[in-house]
Design a protein around this ligand. Structure first.
Ligand code: GLC
Length: 741
């Protein structure tokens, strides 16, 4: 529609019709069966008129369903403005990738961009218009369940993925291609105190701007069409009513003129936070902060008209919000085609195709992190006879909590993949033990108890399984243990204080270890677990995350050597929960561990644990061995007008080809504020030929050295810097240079 026509449309709308465009409700409110509506309607407290005018739908997909709802809606409204369908399509639609914390270990934004283009393509066929992705909340606390959806602890890498995901989602965005991206959760949701979901977030503006905001800014710069507010407070003000965050930073400073939507019920929660007096006050605060759409509460529906009619809110504020919504609908071509690509035919031919699954396989293969490989026990020969034991050994629950549109029946289990690879005669499988001893917490998810019963072995079954596991272990060369946290122990509201493997799984592993067999542990989780004891006991260790529909195939390809692992961690794995938060770009303090001026005790360290994590940012092993050598820089002096070229040689000492993630870190030795001991400033993923040496170069510029100085000016400062090039944040070669401004 022409902009002039759109403006005419806006001007013709009644106040109620305008308010309707600022309300999002879930699917049951749009069903034709009004009898179904009584319960939810009463619970939410929105009258029938406003329900009928609500302009967007939460989490309904499926071409047939979307078409039905859109048709029914347009038959019942006068204004002719189509519904906007928004859904949580976070890391795959029907073809489900590894969780984002998993695929972030690929260090391959281009591959992820391709994956997200495919994701959007599948979702368009399913009738989606907007996806609530990318989630780019920086996370340094594995107690927080939503590590699962995050891209790890580094803002530089998270920003590159944020940009790639928006570009993939919105590739060729128009009437029939692409989805509108909605970056979330703005802002700093991952810094919830105590790692407890929805908890308070409080940090200096410097830390917020330096570390937590950049990934959102990267999405804005990549053109994301929407932003979702977060549940948490920032500096004492809940994000959804935070005018400084939403209007001053997001809209004025960053120039974002798209649609902002609250997270689920977050407008009403301004009252619970103690920031708003009542729904009217919450409505006023959210809309004045320029939050456009109220997701799933009655606030905007029941209060905006009154606020305008009593003069508390200028109607122009509503027009501005509605205009942004109408522009988005127009950009998606909905006025020309309200069904926009929703196609039952395409759902049958273009979703979960072999080609899409191959991309998912490639992402999954590049997301598995090899954390231990004692005496090169891996890869296994295809002639090996293995015992495959554990609650994840034959489980289809490999997609993680936010694979909303994935189908469990699509997921091949590890057992099936193993048998395909080496034949069932060589695979002795048994579950060995339950996933958990106690499933009571699932009740809070509304999971009916009888479903939980399916998980639980009877006492005699437990004994039999344990005995069978030990018996199989005795008969084979190598034992593969597939263990991990329950899928519902992570994700939203999945905060935990104890991050070790479930007790019965640990007991089984201990009993298997006592047999003296070679043991390879595969861990499935949505977060870094505490694997300190297991790391010592086993011969091989692979972090598999929740690897998606193709995860089992990916794992099997790695275990039997058809894929040389190249994944590198993007979030530190703590020695124990007491270390949290533990992250690589920390600060040296005035009394570092190796201090020369203070005796052993009076330095910054723990009496009962090391300072370093069990596995550091950037860590991961491959089947090839490398040697980094001959780090050289073109000059030791950098100016505003020049740059430095750093080169390093990476020797592949083995006879197998393999990919290496060469990482560039820089330390600013002194600043007007203290600076991190190192910061990731670049990386290159390089294919190394067998028994060869590859020379790799990086360009360093003054721009890379800028930071928020004492007065929050974003600039570089003259002085000495350390440049580090290596295989992870702990292993590198180092050279010094000076910035002269
Ligand atoms: C949830 C999540 C958010 C999601 C939204 C809609 O509470 O916080 O990530 O997009 O509600 O389902």
């Amino acid at each position: 529609m022409e902009i002039s026509q759109l403006k005419e449309l806006l001007n013709k709308l009644s106040l109620e019709e305008k308010i309707g465009q600022l309300i999002q409700l879930s699917g049951e409110f749009f069903s034709e069966d009004q009898a179904m509506l009584v319960g939810p309607q009463q619970k939410l407290g929105i009258n029938q008129e406003m329900i009928g005018l609500s302009g967007s739908v939460l989490n309904v997909t499926g071409a047939k369903k979307v078409r039905e709802i859109q048709t029914n809606y347009l038959n019942n409204v006068d204004h002719g403005i189509p519904l906007l369908f928004m859904s949580d399509i976070i890391y795959g639609y029907r073809t489900v990738y590894p969780i984002p914390l998993g695929f972030s270990t690929t260090w391959d934004p281009e591959l992820i961009e391709k994956g997200y283009e495919i994701m959007a393509d599948e979702a368009v066929a399913g009738g989606a218009h907007v996806t609530f992705a990318p989630m780019v909340d920086l996370v340094r606390d594995p107690r927080w369940g939503r590590c699962l959806e995050s891209l790890g602890e580094d803002h530089f890498l998270s920003s590159l993925y944020s940009q790639a995901m928006v570009k993939g989602i919105q590739k060729e965005l128009g009437a029939t291609k692409g989805l509108a991206a909605c970056v979330k959760h703005f802002a700093a949701y991952g810094a919830a105190e105590g790692g407890r979901d929805y908890n308070n977030v409080d940090m200096s503006e410097r830390r917020l701007r330096s570390e937590y905001l950049p990934p959102y800014k990267a999405a804005i710069d990549a053109g994301t069409k929407m932003v979702m507010t977060s549940f948490n407070t920032v500096d004492g003000v809940p994000a959804t009513g935070n005018k400084w965050l939403l209007n001053d930073i997001l809209r004025k400073e960053w120039g974002f003129d798209g649609v902002i939507i609250s997270d689920y019920a977050a407008v009403q929660e301004l009252i619970t936070h103690g920031y708003a007096e009542d729904e009217s006050d919450a409505t006023l605060k959210a809309l004045e902060a320029t939050n456009d759409i109220d997701m799933k509460t009655s606030c905007y529906a029941n209060n905006l008209a009154d606020l305008v009619n009593t003069g508390k809110l200028d109607s122009s504020k509503i027009d501005e919000a509605v205009w942004r919504v109408l522009c988005l609908k127009n950009e998606l071509g909905l006025f020309e085609d309200p069904y926009r690509g929703a196609s039952e035919e395409r759902e049958l031919t273009d979703i979960f195709t072999k080609e899409n699954r191959e991309t998912a396989l490639e992402i999954a293969e590049n997301s598995m992190v090899l954390l231990k490989n004692k005496e090169n026990i891996l890869p296994l020969a295809k002639s090996s006879k293995v015992a495959l034991i554990g609650p994840y050994a034959d489980s289809q629950e490999l997609m993680g909590l936010w694979a909303v549109h994935g189908q469990m029946s699509d997921v091949k289990t590890l057992k099936e993949a193993f048998e395909e690879k080496i034949g069932s005669k060589q695979v002795h499988y048994t579950k060995g033990c339950d996933m958990l001893e106690n499933y009571d917490f699932l009740g809070e998810f509304g999971i009916p108890i009888q479903v939980i019963g399916n998980y639980q072995l009877t006492e005699e079954e437990k004994q039999a399984e344990h005995a069978k596991a030990l018996a199989y272990a005795k008969q084979v060369d190598v034992v593969i243990m597939a263990l991990g946290e329950h899928t519902l122990q992570s994700g939203e509201a999945g905060s935990r204080t104890q991050l070790r493997l479930p007790e019965k799984q640990r007991e089984l592993l201990n009993d298997i270890i006592k047999l003296g067999k070679k043991v390879i542990l595969i861990t499935f989780s949505g977060r870094p677990l505490v694997l300190t004891e297991e790391f010592e006991m086993v011969d091989g260790l692979i972090q598999a995350w929740f690897p998606g529909t193709e995860g089992a195939r990916a794992l099997t390809n790695i275990i039997f050597g058809d894929k040389n692992p190249s994944a590198r961690l993007t979030q530190s794995f703590p020695h124990n929960e007491g270390q949290i938060p533990v992250y690589y770009n920390s600060f040296i303090t005035g009394r570092p561990e190796n201090s020369e001026t203070h005796s052993g005790r009076f330095v910054s360290k723990y009496l009962d644990a090391p300072n370093q994590p069990l596995f550091s940012f950037g860590y991961g092993l491959s089947y090839h061995e490398t040697k980094y050598k001959n780090l050289e820089i073109s000059t030791t002096e950098l100016t505003l007008q020049t740059s430095i070229v750093a080169t390093i040689e990476v020797e592949n000492l083995s006879d197998s080809q393999g990919e290496e993630v060469i990482q560039l870190y820089i330390q600013d030795q002194k600043g007007s504020v203290v600076r991190p001991v190192k910061e990731l400033k670049g990386f290159k993923k390089v294919l190394l030929e067998p028994l060869s040496t590859t020379k790799v170069e990086f360009e360093i510029t003054e721009e890379m050295l800028r930071f928020y100085t004492r007065d929050l000016t974003f600039e570089s400062e003259s002085g000495l810097f350390n440049l580090m090039l290596g295989k992870n944040s702990d292993e590198f070669l180092q050279v010094e240079f000076e910035l002269i401004k």
